[in-house]
Design a protein around this ligand. Structure first.
Ligand SMILES: Cc1cc2nc3c(=O)[nH]c(=O)nc-3n(C[C@H](O)[C@H](O)[C@H](O)COP(=O)(O)OP(=O)(O)OC[C@H]3O[C@@H](n4cnc5c(N)ncnc54)[C@H](O)[C@@H]3O)c2cc1C
Length: 459
C-alpha cells in the first residue's frame, strides 16, 4: 500500500517501499507517473490540490472515485497547457500559498473598506510577486509573461479582485520600462518591484473614456516643468498610488488630435495633485477606484515619458498586453466559477436527485467547460506569441472581447444553478457575478475591441 499527496508548498514526494524507491512529480497542472514493479502496474495522479491514487496489488488496478472538487483546476480533466513547466508549478504553488495566507482570509473585510492595505503591496514586493519580469538590476527576476499569467490566474481563482498587482506589474510599470529613459528607470523601477511605489494609469475622464484622443486634461510646458490641469476618473489604485502615469494633451491644437497626447510620470507628492473620492462600485469592491484632480500641478519636464506627442502611440503599443491580462483573468475566473458550480450541483438536491443530474444542468455545464477550454487554448496561443515578441493588437482584442463576454455569460448561467443562494452576497458565485460585469467594460469595451478587430478586415 502506498500513498502520497501534495499539500501546500511541497508538490511532490517520494517513498520507498521495501527496497523499491518510487517517485512522482508534477508537471503543469496535470501530474502523473506510472511505474511497474515486477508485474504490478500502478499509477497515481494529482490535479491541482487534489491528489488521487490508484494501485494494484494482487487484485489488479483499482480505479479511484473521481476526486471531489475542492477548488479551481481539478475535478475534471482539461487540456494540458504547454506554456507551463515544473518551474512554473513551483512558482504557482508558492504564490497560491501567499494568496491563501495573506489575501483570502481578509478579503471580505477589505471589500467593506473599499481598499486593500498598503502592507499587502510591501509583502508582495518582498516575496518577488511584483514585476517579476523586470531585469534583476531593477529588482525583478527576469522571467517572461507566463509568470505574470500565474499571478493573474491565482488571484482570479481566489476571487481576490482587490489586489491589483497585475495592473501595476503588467500594465503600468511596462510603460516606464519600455518608454522611460535610464534616469526614470533607475528612479522608479526598483521601488515598483519592492512595493515601495504603487502605480496607476489615468486615461479616462468624466467626459471621455473610449474616445481617448478627446481628453481635456492639459500639460503646458513652462520653463523646466509642466503645469498639469484636469480631472480624471475611474483610476484603479488611485487612492494607494504613489506614481501615476497621466495621459494629457501637450498640444491642444494638434491635427490629428491624438498627435497632441503625451504621458507624464506624476508623483502623488507633487503640488497640485489631489485625490477625489473613492468610487463605490457594484463589484470588485476591495479595489480602490478613485477620482484624481490636477490643479496647476507642477510636473518636472524630466518626467515626460518618452517623447511629446507620442503618448497615443505608446498607449496603442502597451494596451495589447493590458487586454491579454484581462483575457487571462477572465478564463481563470470562468474556470473558478465552473468549479464552484460543479461542487454545488453535486450536493444540492431537487426532486430526489442532485441537480447536476438533470440534463439541463449537465448540458449547460458541458457547454461552459468547452468554452473555457477553447478560450484558454486561444489565450495561451496568443500568450506564446506575445512572449516571443510578436505584436498582437488584433489578437489581444479578440481574446479580451471573447473571454470577457464568455465569463459574463457563463457566470450568469452558473448563478442560476444556485437558485436563491446565488443571489446572496455571502456566496462566492454572487461575488464572481458582480466582479465579472466590469470585464467587458474596462481596458477597452467589447465594442471598441470589435472596432480594432474589424479595422484589420479591409472593410
Ligand atoms: C472598475 C473600473 C476600473 C477602471 N480603471 C481604469 C484605470 O485604471 N484607468 C483608466 O484610465 N480608466 C479606467 N477605467 C475606465 C474604463 O477604461 C472606461 O470606463 C472604458 O474605457 C469606457 O469608457 P467610458 O466609461 O467613458 O464609456 P464610453 O466611452 O462613454 O462608452 C459608453 C458606451 O458606448 C460604447 N461606444 C463608445 N464608442 C463606441 C464606438 N466607436 N462604437 C460603438 N460603441 C461605442 C461603449 O462601448 C460603451 O458601451 C476603469 C473603469 C472601471 C469601471
Amino acid at each position: 500500500m502506498w500513498d502520497q499527496r501534495s499539500q501546500g508548498e511541497t508538490l511532490w514526494a517520494q517513498r520507498s517501499q521495501g527496497e523499491t524507491l518510487w517517485a512522482q512529480r508534477s508537471q503543469g497542472e496535470t501530474l502523473w507517473d506510472q511505474r511497474s514493479q515486477g508485474e504490478t502496474l500502478w499509477d497515481q495522479r494529482s490535479q491541482g490540490e487534489t491528489l488521487w491514487a490508484q494501485r494494484s496489488q494482487e487484485n489488479g488496478i483499482v480505479f479511484p472515485d473521481l476526486p471531489k472538487i475542492t477548488s479551481h483546476i481539478g475535478g475534471y480533466s482539461h487540456v494540458k497547457r504547454k506554456l507551463f513547466g515544473p518551474d512554473h508549478q513551483v512558482f504557482r504553488d508558492a504564490f497560491r500559498t501567499f494568496v491563501e495566507r495573506e489575501i483570502k482570509p481578509f478579503h471580505r473585510d477589505w471589500e467593506k473598506e473599499g481598499i486593500v492595505p498598503r502592507e499587502l503591496w510591501s509583502k508582495a514586493g518582498e516575496q518577488g510577486y511584483l514585476c517579476p519580469w523586470l531585469p534583476e538590476e531593477y529588482g525583478g527576476s527576469d522571467v517572461d509573461f507566463s509568470y505574470a499569467a500565474i499571478i493573474i490566474e491565482e488571484l482570479s481563482r481566489a476571487g481576490a479582485s482587490g489586489a491589483a498587482f497585475n495592473l501595476h506589474s503588467d500594465v503600468v510599470v511596462p510603460y516606464i520600462y519600455h518608454c522611460g529613459n535610464d534616469e526614470q528607470k533607475k528612479r522608479y523601477l526598483p521601488g515598483c518591484a519592492s512595493g515601495e511605489i504603487v502605480t496607476a494609469i489615468s486615461m479616462t475622464e468624466p467626459n471621455t473614456g473610449s474616445d481617448l484622443a478627446a481628453i481635456q486634461t492639459t500639460a503646458t510646458l513652462e520653463g523646466d516643468h509642466y503645469l498639469l490641469n484636469g480631472q480624471k476618473t475611474f483610476v484603479s489604485n488611485g487612492h494607494l498610488s504613489d506614481l501615476v502615469i497621466v495621459v494629457a494633451k501637450t498640444d491642444v491644437n494638434a491635427d490629428p488630435p491624438h498627435a497632441g497626447v503625451s504621458l507624464l510620470l506624476v508623483e502623488s507628492s507633487f503640488p497640485g495633485f489631489k485625490r477625489g473620492k473613492r468610487l463605490e462600485k457594484i463589484g470588485m469592491k476591495a479595489q480602490d477606484t478613485t477620482e484624481l484632480y490636477f490643479e496647476d500641478c507642477k510636473v518636472p519636464a524630466a518626467n515626460l515619458l518618452g517623447h511629446e506627442g507620442a503618448g497615443f502611440y505608446y498607449l496603442m503599443q502597451q494596451l495589447a498586453q493590458e487586454r491579454l491580462v484581462v483575457a487571462v483573468a477572465a478564463v481563470a475566473a470562468a474556470r473558478s466559477v465552473l468549479d464552484m458550480t460543479l461542487e454545488y450541483v453535486r450536493e444540492r438536491k431537487a426532486f430526489g436527485k442532485p441537480i447536476g443530474r438533470f440534463q439541463n444542468t449537465r448540458f449547460a455545464l458541458a457547454e461552459i467547460a468547452t468554452e473555457i477550454e477553447l478560450g484558454e487554448a486561444f489565450v495561451d496561443r496568443v500568450m506564446e506569441e506575445h512572449i516571443a515578441g510578436e505584436s498582437l493588437a488584433k489578437e489581444a482584442s479578440m481574446a479580451k472581447y471573447w473571454t470577457t463576454e464568455m465569463l459574463k455569460r457563463n457566470t450568469d448561467r452558473c448563478l442560476q444553478f444556485f437558485g436563491g443562494y446565488g443571489y446572496m452576497a455571502e456566496y462566492p458565485i454572487a461575488q464572481a457575478y458582480l466582479d465579472a460585469r466590469v470585464q467587458t467594460i474596462y481596458a477597452g469595451t467589447t465594442e471598441i475591441m470589435k472596432e480594432i478587430i474589424s479595422r484589420n478586415m479591409d472593410l
